[in-house]
Design a protein around this ligand. Structure first.
Ligand SMILES: Nc1ncnc2c1ncn2[C@@H]1O[C@H](COP(=O)(O)OP(=O)(O)OP(=O)(O)O)[C@@H](O)[C@H]1O
Ligand SMILES: [Mg+2]
Length: 296
C-alpha cells in the first residue's frame, strides 16, 4: 500500500480512507443522536519513546476522539510533551529520539514507510508553551505556512479567516502590518493558533498553551479551544487541573514509573477516561492523589 498516496487522498477529500475505523464508528450513529467525539481520530498503540538508551515513555495506548478535547496531565517529567510530539512526528526532529509502536491518524500509521512527516505536521499542527510568533508582520505570520505550500491566491481571505477563527481579527484588523511581536502574550498565542490554522490542519496539539498567560488571557484561549473543538480535534498538555476540568472531554493521567534496579524513571499512562470520571471517580488511587494535590 502506498501510504503517501492514501494520505494525499485523505487530504483531497478531508475524509478518512475507506474502511477506516473512525468512519465506520461515525456511520453507526444517526447525525445529531450521538456526540461526534465517539469517532476515533488518532490511535496510539504501544508507543514508547527513547532518548538514546533512556526510555522516557513506555507502552502508551489510547484513542483520541475526533472533534473533542483530550487533556494529558501528570507530574513533571512523565513524558507528556514527549508523547504529544509523537502524534505529529515532531520527535523526529529531536536528536537521539526514537519512537516505537504505532500512531494511526485517520486509520493510517503516520510512521509507515513513505509517509512524509512534513505533510503529517501540516495536518496535525502544534502550538507551544511560549508564544513564538515569527519576527514578521501579523499578516506574514499567518500567511507564512500557506505561502510555503505554494499558495498565492486569496491570501487576504485566508489570513482574515484564520485570524477570525482564532478570535483575534477584531483586535488586529487595523494593524496587520505591525510586527507579531508587538502584541500582548495572549494575543501572540492566538496569533500562533491562527498561524497553525492557516495551513488547514484538522488536529491541533497544544503543549501548555496558557502557562505563560494571565488568567484573563487563559480564559480567552480556553473559550477559543472549546469553540474550535467543533471543527478540530485538540490534544492539550496542561499542569492546570482546573483547566483540564474546564475544557477537556477526556483526560489521560500519566505518572513516572521508577525502576529501582536500573535507576530509570519512565513515563506511563495510568488511565484515560471522561474528564468528569477522572476528576470525580478515578479508577486508580494515583490519579486521585495527583488531582487532589497529594502527589506530583
Ligand atoms: N531532548 C531530550 N533528550 C533527552 N531526554 C529528554 C529530552 N526531552 C525530554 N527528555 C526526558 O524525557 C522525560 C520526559 O520529558 P517530557 O519533557 O516529555 O516530560 P513532561 O511530562 O512534558 O514534563 P513537564 O511537565 O516538566 O513539561 C524526562 O525525563 C526528560 O528529562
Ligand atoms: Mg512538557
Amino acid at each position: 500500500m502506498d501510504h503517501r498516496t492514501a494520505m494525499a487522498r485523505d487530504l483531497d477529500h478531508g475524509q478518512p480512507p475507506d474502511g477506516a475505523p473512525d468512519e465506520q464508528a461515525a456511520q453507526q450513529h444517526a447525525p445529531g443522536t450521538e456526540p461526534a467525539h465517539h469517532a476515533v481520530h488518532i490511535s496510539i498503540d504501544q508507543v514508547s519513546v527513547r532518548y538514546g538508551a533512556f526510555t522516557a515513555v513506555r507502552d502508551v495506548c489510547f484513542d483520541v476522539p475526533r472533534n473533542a478535547i483530550t487533556a494529558l496531565i501528570g507530574p513533571s517529567g512523565c513524558g507528556k510533551s514527549t508523547l504529544l510530539r509523537t502524534i505529529n512526528r515532531m520527535n523526529d526532529l529531536v536528536p537521539g529520539a526514537t519512537t516505537t509502536g504505532a500512531v494511526t491518524y485517520n486509520g493510517e500509521d503516520i510512521y509507515a514507510e513513505g509517509v512524509d512527516p512534513v505533510e503529517v505536521r501540516r495536518r496535525i499542527g502544534m502550538v507551544f508553551q511560549k508564544p513564538n510568533p515569527f519576527p514578521k508582520s501579523i499578516y506574514d505570520n499567518v500567511a507564512f505556512g500557506p505561502r510555503l505550500n505554494g499558495r498565492k491566491r486569496d491570501l487576504d481571505d485566508l489570513v482574515e479567516h484564520s485570524l477570525r477563527r482564532a478570535a483575534l481579527w477584531d483586535e488586529v484588523k487595523d494593524k496587520l502590518a505591525q510586527s507579531g511581536l508587538s502584541l500582548s502574550g495572549g494575543q501572540q498565542q492566538r496569533l500562533c493558533i491562527a498561524r497553525a490554522i492557516a495551513v488547514d490542519p484538522d488536529v491541533i496539539l497544544m503543549d501548555e498553551p496558557c502557562s505563560a498567560l494571565d488568567p484573563i488571557a487563559t480564559l480567552r484561549i480556553e473559550e477559543l479551544m472549546k469553540d474550535m473543538a467543533s471543527e478540530y480535534t485538540i490534544v492539550i498538555v496542561t499542569h492546570n487541573m482546573q483547566q483540564a476540568a474546564r475544557v477537556s472531554d477526556l483526560t489521560a493521567f500519566f505518572t513516572v514509573d521508577m525502576d529501582n534496579e536500573r535507576q530509570e524513571r519512565t513515563g506511563v499512562l495510568v488511565e484515560i477516561d471522561d474528564t468528569d470520571t477522572i476528576f470525580t471517580n478515578a479508577s486508580d488511587p494515583r490519579t486521585e492523589a495527583y488531582i487532589t494535590g497529594r502527589f506530583g
